[in-house]
Design a binder for this molecule. Structure first.
Ligand code: ADP
Length: 161
């Protein structure tokens, strides 16, 4: 008599939260590397009312949607409130975050532990690839504000005339 192996039926869903002001090739790299780990990745722009952004929410969301348009497992949304609550709402068991340096690590560790305590959500950290570790939305914004060419740091969808 043969026993059939347990086939997991639950979808593995991850939320990749951020400001994406704007999305960079560093963010895209994290999504691409997380893809084999999950059935679905929800890239989610957190609407933080106390934060000032360079680009409006609609613009940032449009760039994300265009960037991931050819990846059926990836979806882009915006949300208000806690990331952990979004995870519960979507049935996501995991949060994905990228780590560029020890400053990221110190900050992210506390948030990850809090999300675990609040809602039992685990955070998966992926180290930034060496060639992306210096790329941040903050620096890209600074370059854009000074009319520098940012095409090497942002996906094709992000084009400022
Ligand atoms: P937040 O405002 O929440 O920090 P960001 O949009 O700046 O949002 O970043 C979202 C996530 O992407 C964070 O986990 C951040 O560490 C990660 N990230 C940002 N830039 C890079 C990069 N160049 N390589 C890898 N991960 C990155």
């Amino acid at each position: 008599m043969s026993t059939s192996p347990e086939i997991p039926t639950e979808q593995r869903i991850a939320v990749f939260p951020g400001s994406f002001d704007p999305v960079t090739i560093g963010h895209v790299s994290i999504v691409l590397r997380a893809l084999p780990l999950f059935d679905r990745i929800v890239v989610a722009i957190g609407e933080n009312t106390s934060k000032r952004y360079m680009f409006p929410l609609d613009q940032r969301l449009d760039w994300l949607k265009k960037t991931f348009a050819d990846m059926p497992k990836v979806e882009a949304i915006s949300f208000q409130g806690l990331t952990a609550d979004l995870c519960v709402k979507l049935g996501a068991q995991h949060i994905v975050r990228g780590l560029r340096n020890s400053t990221d690590h110190g900050h992210e560790r506390s948030i990850a532990l809090m999300n675990h305590e609040l809602r039992g959500v685990e955070t998966i950290f992926l180290p930034a690839l060496p060639e992306h570790a210096h790329i941040s939305s903050t620096i890209v914004r600074e370059l854009m504000a000074n009319k520098a060419d940012v095409t090497a740091f942002v996906p094709a969808a992000v084009r400022i005339p």
